[in-house]
Ligand binder design. Structure first.
Ligand code: GLV
Ligand code: MN
Length: 195
């Protein structure tokens, strides 16, 4: 979904102060073999959220060698019973492969049609660009999935955080009227998202 590259190499110059559709290229004389390798997905990052998922991102921000190439990759570790909660990627379709464990992968379309499948090691799934999707670990062990995107910065709108953990907060009245519930119900949900 990203624009085509205009040169062979354009490793992002992370020290540059400007960025538009992509980051400026660092001088070719400073490019090394290490710019084309990323170790960040070797291990689960030591960050866990209340959902029991750790999404470790290999996008242009963490892996500058991806700049302008229109691709990115994530590592998704989900604890037993954990969920990668409903989210969408505004700038990319997603393809994923299950490496270990058992997940329920679900998609909901803009017409609110739900598609889902239980997947195990070696199975590949695809998520059309922009659609809301999730992965629930339905197995007894940890689940490990790698996902890839056709953007160097796919973005991720995580619905529960978008609505209940925005900063500054969305007015409570918006949420009570949106979900047709009282303030206690909204505040109860919000209280779970204070990390
Ligand atoms: C999984 O859905 C991911 O976005 O990595
Ligand atoms: Mn996703």
């Amino acid at each position: 979904a990203d624009p085509d590259p205009l040169q062979d190499l354009c490793v992002a110059d992370s020290s540059a102060s400007i960025s538009a559709n992509n980051f400026p290229c660092k001088p070719l004389s400073e490019v090394t073999s290490d710019d084309f390798v990323f170790d960040g997905l070797r291990k689960q990052a030591n960050f866990t959220d209340p959902f029991g998922v750790t999404v470790t991102t290999g996008n242009v921000l963490s892996f500058p060698g991806l700049n302008t190439l229109g691709i990115a990759m994530n590592r998704v570790d989900i604890e037993p019973g954990g969920i990668n909660p409903p989210h969408s990627h505004p700038r990319a379709s997603e393809i994923g492969i299950v490496i270990e464990g058992k997940i329920l992968a679900g998609i909901v379309t803009t017409k609110n049609v739900y598609y889902s499948k239980v997947l195990t090691a070696g199975q590949v799934f695809v998520i059309p660009r922009g659609l809301v999707h999730f992965q629930l670990n339905v197995g007894p062990k940890k689940a490990l999935t790698f996902t890839a995107f056709n953007s160097h910065l796919p973005g991720s709108t995580v619905l529960p955080l978008n609505l209940f953990a925005a900063a500054p907060s969305i007015p409570v009245e918006v949420l009570t009227k949106t979900f047709l519930v009282d303030e206690d119900a909204v505040n109860n949900i919000k209280s779970k998202f204070v990390f």
